[in-house]
Design a protein around this ligand. Structure first.
Ligand SMILES: Cc1cc2nc3c(=O)[nH]c(=O)nc-3n(C[C@H](O)[C@H](O)[C@H](O)COP(=O)(O)OP(=O)(O)OC[C@H]3O[C@@H](n4cnc5c(N)ncnc54)[C@H](O)[C@@H]3O)c2cc1C
Length: 512
């Protein structure tokens, strides 16, 4: 019997016959993420454990037979992260329990396969929130995916990335023993998971944004915040397409509105132009679209405080007559006016989805990355110059300027996310050319100092190709991975690491 078949039988014994499959229809169903340029990749088996102990047993068996493993949550990755060619694909979505919601100490304990939708609807009933509300892919993405992809999402301006709300994790290490550890305060077996630092070095960080290379996260300990009941949103349009002004105003909003600023996003006016063309219920009078549109979401615990925030925002945005108030129903009468806007989880998600893949309506090779906000204008200009310079390298059907989620999202401190991508056409004919220009664009962003977050395969490899890491850093990374994964079985391929002695330097690309 082949080693895969033997491993299958042993794993079947662990999870039960209903939760393992090597049927072709299952392999096909799990062969992709929302991938714009990867070919279908079939795992040898799909396994759906329910408990941490089951995950640990699977890991032991994988080590016994030296079979690779890749963890998967909601599978909403865009960069080839949660699929595998051969090996064991571990679907964690049955690990979807809420173990504890601690209203006294402001934390919760959840299974890493729980979706944002399930968790947030339970928290909302109790007037609580994790602050960040998950990624734009929607509420069926999981907490484990969010921690592993260092996800940015709704309310990130105030609450940061998903790892920023993490107090610790329970992880199964991919070693032959399938070791289970807890990090944060929970590393102290006498403590509850109420804080992250101070018990030991911050080993939680080892597993944050690791794209599933360092361990399989099974439980997460997350911060809770009382959800401020009063929220308001306002929109403003710049009178010119001037991103240095975007920086200036964004900076002032951060500084002067502070804690009241829940979300700050900026949409390019090309997006408004496209949405106005697509609107079913168009107003008679055509609105004049002149520049980027600011979406400012505020929150407070008291109406008087909210009123002060609203006044401040108006003052900042309208003072120098650089902007005017804007309403989406200027281009689409079906959109709600900002005065009538009410926060709901569903509405928030629909709002975001409306702006994804406006044109062309297909998935994109994403290039979302963070830049320091002071370098916002420069980075936007560099992106435009890249597209112009290399436009002939884009496959014919892939426009260099798709309007895929093309907007800016401000984060705490000096961070800003430039969300976006280039058109993806996943056909055999154009796949290689698409992959090449995608990697090239990521290398370009890495070299102007951009920091990506979902790294999966394509982006983690592009960072290595750009020669961004020092040899010392890469050696440290390899040493750390070797400690947890001596047989090199968990998520191979990412970061162009194929074995511990593999010479990654052959992947370094010297672009112009
Ligand atoms: C339309 C669209 C919009 C998106 N918008 C955003 C956005 O706004 N912000 C953002 O950050 N992302 C966004 N994404 C990307 C993606 O959906 C998110 O990063 C999301 O958090 C992934 O969660 P998931 O559960 O689907 O993870 P998966 O796709 O299942 O996995 C993601 C990565 O994490 C690893 N992983 C998953 N679970 C575990 C675990 N328990 N232990 C260890 N490793 C694990 C996987 O191996 C993989 O590398 C978007 C995607 C789409 C399609």
């Amino acid at each position: 019997m082949s080693k895969v078949k033997e491993a299958y039988k042993e794993i079947e014994h662990v999870v039960g016959v209903d939760f393992i499959s090597d049927a072709d229809f299952m392999k096909a169903a799990y062969s992709r993420n929302v991938d714009p340029a990867f070919p279908d990749r079939w795992a040898d088996m799909i396994v759906r454990p329910e408990t941490t102990e089951e995950v640990s047993e699977i890991v032991k068996i994988a080590n016994k037979y030296k079979i690779r493993m890749v963890p998967r949550g909601g599978g909403a990755d865009l960069v080839g992260g949660s699929v595998t060619e051969s090996g064991i694909l571990i679907d964690l979505t049955r690990m979807n329990q809420i173990f504890e919601i601690n209203l006294d100490d402001y934390y919760c304990v959840v299974g890493c396969g729980i979706t944002w939708g399930s968790m947030l609807s339970e928290l909302q009933k109790k007037g609580m929130t994790t602050g960040i509300l998950g990624p734009g892919s929607g509420y069926s993405a999981t907490i484990g995916g969010g921690l592993s992809n260092a996800t940015v999402g709704f309310s990130s301006t105030k609450y940061g990335l998903v790892p920023d709300i993490c107090l610790g994790v329970e992880v199964v290490l991919p070693n032959p023993e399938g070791t289970i550890i807890k990090t944060g305060a929970a590393a102290n077996k006498y403590a509850t998971p109420f804080c992250r630092y101070g018990v030991a070095p911050d080993f939680t960080g080892l597993f944050m944004g690791d794209v599933g290379t360092m361990g399989i996260k099974t439980k997460a300990f997350l911060r809770l915040f009382p959800d401020p009941p009063l929220k308001a949103r306002r929109y403003y349009m710049l009178l010119n397409d001037d991103y240095s002004k975007v920086f200036e105003l964004g900076h002032r909003l951060r500084k002067e509105v502070g804690d009241g600023l829940n979300d700050l996003m900026v949409f390019p006016f090309i997006l408004a132009t496209l949405l106005s063309l697509q609107a079913e219920n168009k107003p008679q009078k055509k609105s004049k679209l002149t520049g980027p549109i600011f979406s400012v979401t505020l929150e407070a615990t008291d109406q008087r405080i909210l009123d002060v925030y609203l006044e401040k925002v108006d003052k900042i945005m309208l003072k120098e007559e650089a902007c005017r108030p804007f309403e989406w129903h200027e281009i689409d009468l079906d959109m709600v006016s900002s005065k009538d806007w009410k926060f709901t989880l569903k509405e928030e998600f629909n709002f975001f989805q409306k702006y994804i893949s406006t044109a062309p309506p297909k998935s994109s090779c994403t290039t979302c990355h963070k830049v320091a906000i002071s370098r916002l204008n420069e980075s936007v200009q560099k992106g435009v110059q890249f597209n112009l310079k290399f436009k002939d390298e884009f496959p014919p059907k892939n426009p260099p300027y798709p309007v895929f989620a093309s907007f800016l999202m401000f984060l705490p401190n000096g961070n800003c996310v430039i969300v976006g991508g280039l058109g993806g056409d996943n056909t055999d004919e154009y796949r290689e050319a698409t992959m090449n220009i995608w990697h090239k664009k990521i290398r370009h962003q890495v070299r102007y100092g951009g920091a990506h977050y979902w790294l999966g395969e394509s982006i983690s490899q592009s960072i290595v190709e750009a020669d961004a890491f020092t040899p010392e850093f890469l050696q440290f990374f390899r040493d750390m991975k070797k400690t947890v994964d001596p047989n090199y079985l968990l998520s191979p391929n990412k970061f162009h690491m194929y074995s511990y002695d593999y010479d990654y330097t052959k992947h370094i690309v010297k672009d112009e």
